[in-house]
Design a protein around this ligand. Structure first.
Ligand SMILES: C[S@@+](CC[C@H](N)C(=O)[O-])C[C@H]1O[C@@H](n2cnc3c(N)ncnc32)[C@H](O)[C@@H]1O
Length: 326
């Protein structure tokens, strides 16, 4: 079958950039690497009619999944470079974060995530006390900006699978009397976090945790298993052509969560944000398990408009989108 989408100008441009990026020996920041990734981001930011997650030909699927991995590697190397620069060159790294070329993107992303989170918290209720950020990286700008500007009394526990990330990140906040006490770092793969995930009121999930659909779903299932009921999940995703750069988390993959909102930025903030709340345990298993769309779903009381809409009181549900298959 001929793959027409390959002739689309956007796909042709991304393919050309992919061929150059994938032939690089080294993804550490340099003039060439920066120029290629800048072109790639500028190519993928504008709205696009193409559903990148449903590319008809296998070659493009393979290209996309390799490109996401290359972007992840380059992002981590960029963060390590600037984290080292900040930690080695400044007494107060926190006061010099603007040396990172995309600092303003993180300011905007943190503002967006906080406003989306606040929309789903009780109006005059307390702000979340304990926050986890999974996939914080060597330059944990999201946690730093969220803790400094928005959740100013919350405690942030940052997790990263890369042991060097925690040590670099600690160095950035150690000279700040407030953040050094409230923004803490641990090394762990998300899959090794179990009971402690149940301590958090909010879990932020970086876009690069779970690089393909299967792994992203595995991450969500792990979070469902260990997050406490009603805790909030702020998961990063991607939309449109930005899905060439980051994995996509579909609301339908968030079984066990009630999806509260999905926000696709149209400015230079690359990531989409999915806001969800952990469902309370199923009240009863008496409802038949769902098999196909539109059938009755297993009761997930008070939960997941996305999956089931309950008649009042009798706890029976009719799948709207896709049922909970447990
Ligand atoms: C590059 S950072 C991006 C986050 C960014 N620094 C921020 O502040 O929003 C993404 C991080 O996710 C980490 N990561 C990827 N998979 C992970 C996993 N399974 N568990 C924990 N961390 C993971 C990577 O090591 C990487 O450092």
């Amino acid at each position: 079958m001929v793959c027409q989408v390959r002739d689309h100008p956007l796909v042709q441009k991304v393919t050309r950039l992919y061929e150059k990026i994938s032939s690089l020996d080294d993804l550490r920041p340099s003039k060439d690497v920066d120029a290629l990734f800048t072109q790639l981001v500028l190519t993928c930011i504008p709205p696009s009619p193409i559903d990148v997650t449903a590319l008809p030909c296998p070659w493009l699927h393979l290209m996309r999944s390799h490109l996401i991995k290359l972007c992840g590697q380059a992002e981590s190397l960029l963060e390590s470079h600037f984290s080292t620069l900040l930690g080695d060159s400044y007494q107060l790294p926190i006061h010099n974060l603007q040396v990172f070329p995309y600092y303003s993107n993180y300011i905007n992303l943190a503002r967006l995530e906080f406003s989306l989170l606040k929309d789903h918290l009780p109006r005059d209720g307390p702000l979340p006390r304990k926050v986890a950020f999974v996939g914080s990286g060597p330059l944990p700008l999201s946690s730093i900006v969220l803790a400094r500007d928005h959740l100013t009394s919350s405690i942030f526990y940052n997790y990263d699978i890369d042991p060097s990330a925690a040590s670099m990140a600690k160095k950035l906040v150690s000279s700040d009397p407030d953040l050094s006490q409230r923004v803490l770092f641990r090394t762990s793969d998300i899959f090794n976090l179990t009971e402690e995930l149940g301590e958090y009121d909010v879990v932020f999930l970086a876009a690069l945790v779970g690089l393909d659909k299967e792994e992203k779903v595995r991450v969500v299932r792990h979070l469902v298993k260990y997050m406490k009921d009603e805790a909030m999940l702020m998961a990063r995703s991607a939309h449109g052509a930005r899905a060439f750069l980051y994995p996509v988390l579909e609301p339908s993959e968030l079984q066990g969560f009630k999806v509260l909102s999905v926000h696709h930025p149209s400015d230079e903030v690359i990531n989409s944000v999915v806001v969800a709340r952990k469902c309370p345990p199923l009240q009863s298993m008496f409802l038949p398990k769902v098999g196909k769309k539109g059938e009755q779903v297993v009761g997930c009381n008070k939960c997941s408009k996305q999956f089931c809409d309950f008649d009042s009181g009798n706890n029976r549900g009719t799948a709207i989108d896709s049922g909970l298959i447990l």
